[in-house]
Structures are given as C-alpha cells and as structure tokens.
Design a protein around this ligand. Sequence first.
Ligand SMILES: Nc1ncnc2c1ncn2[C@@H]1O[C@H](COP(=O)(O)OP(=O)(O)OP(=O)(O)O)[C@@H](O)[C@H]1O
Ligand SMILES: [Mg+2]
Length: 241
Amino acid sequence: MASPSEDPYPWQEPAKPVSRGAFIVVEGLDRAGKSTQVKKLCDRLYAEGHNVKAIGFPDRTSPIGKMISSYLKSQTEMDDHAIHLLFTTNRWEKAQWMKDQIAHGYTLICDRYYYSGIVYSAAKQLPSLSLAWARQPEVGLPRPDRVVFLDLDPEAAVKRGGYGDEKYEKREMQERVRELFLGLLGRGGEESSDFFVVDASVGVEDVAASIWGEVGKVVNAVEGGKWLELGSVGALEEEGG
Ligand SMILES: Nc1ncnc2c1ncn2[C@@H]1O[C@H](COP(=O)(O)OP(=O)(O)OP(=O)(O)O)[C@@H](O)[C@H]1O
Ligand SMILES: [Mg+2]
C-alpha cells in the first residue's frame, strides 16, 4: 500500500458534486497493454478533475496474494480448484474496501478482475472445473460499470517482448483464454452487456483514445448520478429454465 505521500492521485475537491465513483475494469490477455492503459486512463481522469485509484488483481500484497504469487512462479503446487478459489478470495478480501472507495467518490480503475479469474481456470480444460463452476463464487462481488476488453491476437502479444516465466504465460493457454473471453461476449448476460471491446493491436495512443471515448462518458454519467448504484455480479440464468 502506498503511503499518502506516495499516492500519485491525492484527493482533489471535485468541480461538481459526485454521487459515487465509477468502477471500471481493464481486461485482456497477457501483454495486451492493460497496465499501460490503466495508468494512462488514471492520469487523464485525474488531470480532468476526477478522483481515481488504480487497483489490480491478483493483489499480491495480502497473505492470500502471496500464496497466489508463489503458485504463479511455480514455487508451490496447488490443486486447480483450490488455486481458483484463492484467486476468488483475493477479490472478496478487497470487495468491501472497493465499495467504500466508490461510495466516497473515487473512480476505481482495475487491472484484471473475475473475468480473467474464470477464463484462466476454465482454460485448463478440467471436466470438474467448468466456466459455470468457476463463476459461482464470484456471484455477489461488485459489478463493474464497464469492462474494457483489450483484444489482441496471442501472436501479436508474443511479439511484445515475449511472455515471462509465470504459469499461464504459454501460447496454447493464451489461445484458449482468448476464445473463452470472446465466448463470454457471445453468450448474452451481464458479461456481454458490460464489455466494451477495443482493438489492442494498434498504437498505445490510439488504444487510449478508444478507451477514453467510452470510459470518459461512463465516468461522467456515474459521477453525475445518472446511473444506478453500484451493482453486484449476478447468478447465471438457468439454461432452458
Ligand atoms: N498498443 C501497444 N502497441 C505496442 N506495444 C505495446 C502497446 N501497449 C503496450 N505495449 C507494450 O507491450 C508490453 C506489455 O504491455 P503491458 O505491460 O501494459 O501489458 P499487460 O496487459 O499489463 O501485460 P501483463 O498481462 O503481462 O501484465 C510492454 O512492453 C508495453 O510497452
Ligand atoms: Mg500488467
């Protein structure tokens, strides 16, 4: 946690009254440009007078986050269901804090969220770890006002300096992850209505401009009270029921 003096975005008095902050998630494959764009988006929102905090998952600072970090570096082994639930727990342990920040007028820009959580687990293709199984413990978490999906072909991602050594940074895994992300978009329900897809293969400034075109509007609408209160992730509709 940064001490107040290190906070890149200290509280500033908003120009207009703010009913609540917005909750914006940036998602995508490894190397899609998420961290680059989260920083640019926070900088721009702050420069335009919004209060903002950058967050990300997994949050490796908590005891559970340290277990996740050790797993990702292949320093410890863990059952696939168990590690999935630790990733979920890592979000739940931050959920109340997130709601409090949003209620106090901070817009949260979040680098990965439960969408990564469920597609990376489901990409392991275990019969007992379906996407629906993986999603169930996420139900009730704060629901983003918008999810920016940075879409990039894994082939293009590799060219960005290649993957690192962590567990999921393998080409076949990334291909399956992309298919599952696009599957979330295609099946209806809250993921498809919340996602905003951006072509992440173009230059950094062009990607930033596309994101701003959508997120600037959403943040202004949310802060101005034109949107409802913060939602929560809902259960999937029963298929055929
Ligand atoms: N639009 C872009 N075009 C070309 N290179 C880019 C673009 N956006 C980011 N990069 C470069 O690609 C690399 C990965 O970017 P970044 O770290 O933002 O991605 P990420 O999605 O956060 O990755 P990870 O999943 O590994 O955290 C960096 O070297 C970055 O400078
Ligand atoms: Mg990153």
